[in-house]
Design a protein. Structure first.
Length: 181
């Protein structure tokens, strides 16, 4: 089975007014040697003249996720999947196909009496990788096209998928069922 940890970074929490800045992916393997890679809005192949048009990026992310048997995210059932589908449908594209989905946030909320925020999960479980700090101002600057700020957002997103893989392996023994999204 092919598994991937993924994370979206967006300009808003609403798919109606926000757009996707980037999505990082990390293939999840027992030896943890999967390399992180990121699809980013400022890449020439995803750019449109209209800055608000993230159709090409959303389609590329959907198609990449669908290459895997299981997707792993944090709050991905309530946010990432829904945001991606909102942007796809806004662009007249089909939504992401249903897949097996492991959401680490729901595993924490279901099986532990602990904070489900990824930063707190990382600290509580003493995971080897750490989330990176990022300011709200950098998110706004990235949304406006600032390349330095976009690099910060991407570093943040790539750190998240590394933490996600660590959390997946720690939380997997608690998970009794796997659901489709």
């Amino acid at each position: 089975m092919r598994l991937v940890a993924f994370d979206l970074e967006c300009t808003s929490l609403s798919g109606m007014i926000g757009r996707i800045l980037c999505c990082s992916f990390k293939p999840v393997t027992p030896d943890r040697d999967g390399k992180v890679y990121t699809f980013r809005a400022d890449d020439e192949k995803y750019l449109f003249k209209d800055l608000t048009n993230d159709r090409k990026l959303a389609v590329a992310i959907r198609d990449e996720l669908e290459k895997f048997d299981v997707i792993i995210g944090h709050n991905s059932k309530l946010f990432d999947r829904k945001f991606l589908n909102a942007r796809l449908l806004k662009a007249g594209e089909r939504a992401k196909a249903s897949q097996w989905h492991f959401d680490t946030m729901w595993t924490v909320r279901t099986h532990l009496r602990a904070s489900s925020k990824l930063d707190n999960v990382q600290k509580f479980l003493n995971l080897p990788n750490e989330k990176s700090p990022i300011s709200w101002d950098d998110w706004q600057r990235a949304a406006a096209g600032d390349s330095r700020a976009m690099a910060e957002v991407i570093d943040h997103c790539e750190a998240d998928v590394k933490v996600l893989e660590d959390a997946y392996w720690k939380l997997l023994p608690l998970q009794r069922t796997l659901t489709r999204d």
